[in-house]
Design a protein around this ligand. Structure first.
Ligand code: UT7
Length: 322
């Protein structure tokens, strides 16, 4: 009997504090007009001191379990994607396990920047199919406000904080096409210097700030994400017409529009949160997925395509029948 990972529920958490473009423009040499025109971003959420990756990831996980109608006792693994963990170790995943009260099981973090959720989803799917876990929380949780360089207007206006989560349940794959159909991961380490953080806990006294060559990342994003989308369709003998919803990484409205056009999807079939959340890195795809599940747009049986690209470069896609 083949095992499938069924996406049983989704959840999200956004920090209470909302910062508009105009508010940023009071301290950064920028304008609401520039940010909206170049990125589609109107506002973002910034975490308060208590809204850490663990705190937000835990809240998103609780919401995903509630949406799935699942209990903490159903969780036997937590896989959490973040580039902004509270500590070098223990992992944010096990901190979330402790906060939730998960007894037993296992947990670990995945570091794949903005593609982190797709990477974590792929790992979780593989473990479920291999019979290593039956109930997995997959979380993306990020506090990029703590790694932004406020002197660099080319990057500090682009990011926000938040967390998104899904609960995956092992299901019987025979006679159904529900669940994760396939995931596709890629990396090109030689492009590591076009988007990176210039420090880490391993570098004494240098926690680091985000550095990006925006134009280069944009150029690669358009090409690589288009390839990843084709790869997902081809692997499942599907065509563009089979896709009901695109849930893309939320970095720039122009990149999102390009992906929607490539798939021939009407704009209303593309889930967009970048205007309100900005780029929340590994949290962006699950936050967008959660929003469209909660407001009734994405329904059981719908075919959903997820994609993301981030510093590494790392990128990937996933195809899910809800
Ligand atoms: O999540 C990981 C994936 N990340 C991405 O996918 C991001 C990909 N890149 C992008 O989204 C875009 O490249 C950006 C939004 C980052 C930048 O947009 P752009 O159209 O590529 O602008 P640019 O960097 O080429 O800058 C154009 C102009 C420059 O001025 P000059 O040299 O033409 O006079 C910048 O100095 O815009 C200026 N500029 C700004 N002006 C006002 C850059 N940032 C700002 C700003 N406010 N915040």
């Amino acid at each position: 009997m083949p095992i499938r990972s069924i996406l049983a529920g989704a959840g999200g958490y956004l920090p209470e504090r909302i910062v508009t473009n105009d508010e940023l423009a009071r301290t950064v040499d920028t304008s609401d007009e520039w940010i909206r025109e170049r990125t589609g971003i109107k506002q973002r959420h910034f975490a308060g001191p208590h809204e850490t990756a663990t705190f937000m990831g835990t809240e998103a996980a609780r919401a995903a379990l509630a949406h799935a109608g699942a209990e903490v006792a159903d969780v036997d693994a937590v896989i959490l994607a973040t580039s902004t963990p509270d500590q070098a170790f223990p992992s944010t995943a096990v901190r979330v396990m402790a906060a939730l009260g998960v007894k037993g099981g296992f947990g670990f973090d995945v570091a794949a920047a903005c593609a982190g959720f797709i990477y974590a989803l792929s790992v979780a799917d593989g473990m479920i199919r291999a019979g290593q876990a039956k109930g997995v929380l997959v979380i993306g949780s990020e506090v990029y406000s703590r790694i932004l360089n406020w002197e660099d207007r080319g990057t500090c206006v682009l990011f926000g904080d938040g967390a998104g989560a899904v609960f995956l349940r092992a299901g019987d794959g025979s006679g159904t096409d529900r669940g994760i159909l396939s995931t596709h991961l890629h990396a090109q380490g030689t492009l590591g210097d076009i988007l990176y953080v210039d420090g880490a806990v391993g570098q004494r006294g240098k926690p680091g700030h985000l550095v990006m060559n925006g134009r280069e990342v944009f150029r690669h994003a358009v090409t690589r994400l288009a390839e990843a989308v084709d790869e997902a369709l081809n692997a499942n003998n599907l065509t563009r017409a089979d896709i009901d919803w695109l849930v893309p990484h939320q970095a720039n409205q122009r990149i999102i529009d390009g992906m929607g056009r490539k798939l021939g999807l009407a704009a209303e079939r593309v889930v967009v949160t970048v205007d309100r959340h900005a780029n929340t890195s590994a949290a962006s795809v699950p936050l967008a997925l959660n929003e469209a599940c909660q407001d009734g747009r994405i329904k059981p049986g719908d075919m959903v395509l997820l994609e993301a690209l981030g510093g590494g470069l790392v990128w990937g896609s996933a195809l899910v029948r809800m």
